[in-house]
Design a binder for this molecule. Structure first.
Ligand code: LMR
Length: 397
């Protein structure tokens, strides 16, 4: 039956975890997959999440089918977190929010819906980007190209290249952008650079798909959503995919949201019908558990305040690990990697080649992606110096 089926290559991120799990070295460190780990190397169960779960347990709630676009209360809370509680666009009923299966599910539904709305099935993603962006769009029938983004020489964003590539895109082209904590590089656009992108999007009628998987991991929950809120205020219509995998540490619950900023409430209703159809045809209805946890926390003032503290602690710990890695590298004789402190979020593009990344795995049992992405959110006081020494050794090999 499957005789003619060829195997697909291993996933560049989850495939690494498979390899890491088979490694028996006691010093092994997994900096591959983007999962935050605490100071003891564990993926945390947030205190607020545990509290709510215990409450939900005691209530013994039934599990009916939720609506195709998810729980209404959840969608309201997810929407407020992204666009601000006082957003005039929310009040005007022109933002459609639907619960999604994490950030991947958000982008999948967005691509399905937008492909029905636009005859132009071209998309551009940053070079480089999260590999799944390309796969998701191609699956939805898009031809995916890249716009220039990473400037290896200057350790930052190639803004001129980016603007030139967007200027050359045809009207209706989907442009995938990372709101904050760019995955994989860690380099984000400044406010002025975003303004230039917004201007181009307006002038050339480009469609922005903004991926916000790391809200709260750069500067703060509101700060990290600032660009989106400004784009809405400027009258742009676009799509946002948001995720609670990271900021609620609910990776395995597949809980996120897709938001369509529409021209008016009438357009929004039509979009909502398409979203429901896309959900129904893909997975029917989203799961309840994660949505109940997130809704309970975001709608309770006290729980929400505690959760904000937990997000702050995660963000600060990541920053402290960046500093510790740079200190460790300096101590190991590497003095040109200070740029790690200028990056934001969970990832650092460290500049090592594919061969060096492989050496890091085979010789030192430190796992990052082939492209040189390290998940600095998985560093801790017990492994950071080991990792720094390993990087130094690989660089001088
Ligand atoms: C990552 O980039 O490592 C995470 O977003 C996990 C994933 O789904 O790839």
């Amino acid at each position: 039956l499957f005789a003619g089926l060829r195997a697909t290559p291993n996933d560049p991120i989850f495939g690494l975890t498979d390899r890491f799990n088979k490694d028996t070295d006691p010093n092994k460190v997994n900096l591959g997959v983007g999962m935050y780990q605490d100071a003891h190397g564990a993926v945390p169960l947030l205190k607020t999440v545990l509290k709510v779960e215990n409450g939900l347990d005691a209530q013994g709630l039934p599990r009916p089918y939720p609506p195709m676009d998810g729980l209404a209360d959840y969608n309201r809370e997810a929407q407020k977190l992204v666009f601000g509680a006082d957003s005039p666009a929310i009040a005007a009923g022109r933002i459609v929010t639907a619960q999604s299966l994490g950030g991947t599910g958000a982008l999948t539904v967005a691509a399905d819906v937008y492909s029905a709305a636009s005859p132009n099935h071209a998309a551009l993603v940053s070079s480089p980007t999260w590999a799944n962006h390309i796969a998701i769009l191609q699956r939805a029938g898009y031809t995916v190209g890249t716009y220039r983004y990473y400037d290896a020489q200057r350790h930052g964003v190639d803004v001129d290249g980016l603007l030139a590539d967007l200027s050359a895109a045809e009207a209706g082209t989907v442009i995938v952008l990372h709101e904050c904590c760019h995955n994989p590089t860690g380099y984000d656009l400044t406010r002025e650079q975003w303004d230039a992108v917004a201007q181009l999007a307006r002038d050339r009628r480009l469609t922005l798909f903004i991926d916000m998987a790391y809200q709260g991991f750069s500067e703060g929950l509101d700060e990290d959503a600032e660009t989106i809120r400004r784009l809405v205020a400027d009258g742009l219509t676009f799509v946002v995919g948001s995720s609670f995998s990271k900021n609620f540490s609910l990776y395995g619950e597949r809980i996120g949201a897709v938001h369509f900023v529409c021209a008016d409430a009438d357009e929004a209703e039509r979009v909502r019908s398409r979203v429901k159809t896309a959900a129904r045809e893909n997975y029917s209805t989203p799961p309840l558990h994660g949505a109940r946890i997130v809704t309970t926390i975001l709608s309770d003032e006290q729980l929400r305040a505690q959760w904000v503290e937990e997000v702050t602690a995660m963000r600060e710990r990541i920053k402290s690990m960046r500093r510790a890695l740079v200190d460790g590298l300096n101590a190991a004789g590497v003095h040109d990697m200070e740029f790690i402190n200028t990056q934001a979020g969970m990832f650092s593009y460290c500049g090592l080649s594919k061969e060096q990344m492989e050496l890091l795995r085979t010789e030192h049992h430190v796992y990052g992606t082939d492209a040189g992405r390290l998940c600095v959110a998985a560093l801790n006081p017990g492994n950071v110096d080991y990792v720094a020494t390993a990087i130094a050794a690989v660089r001088s090999a």
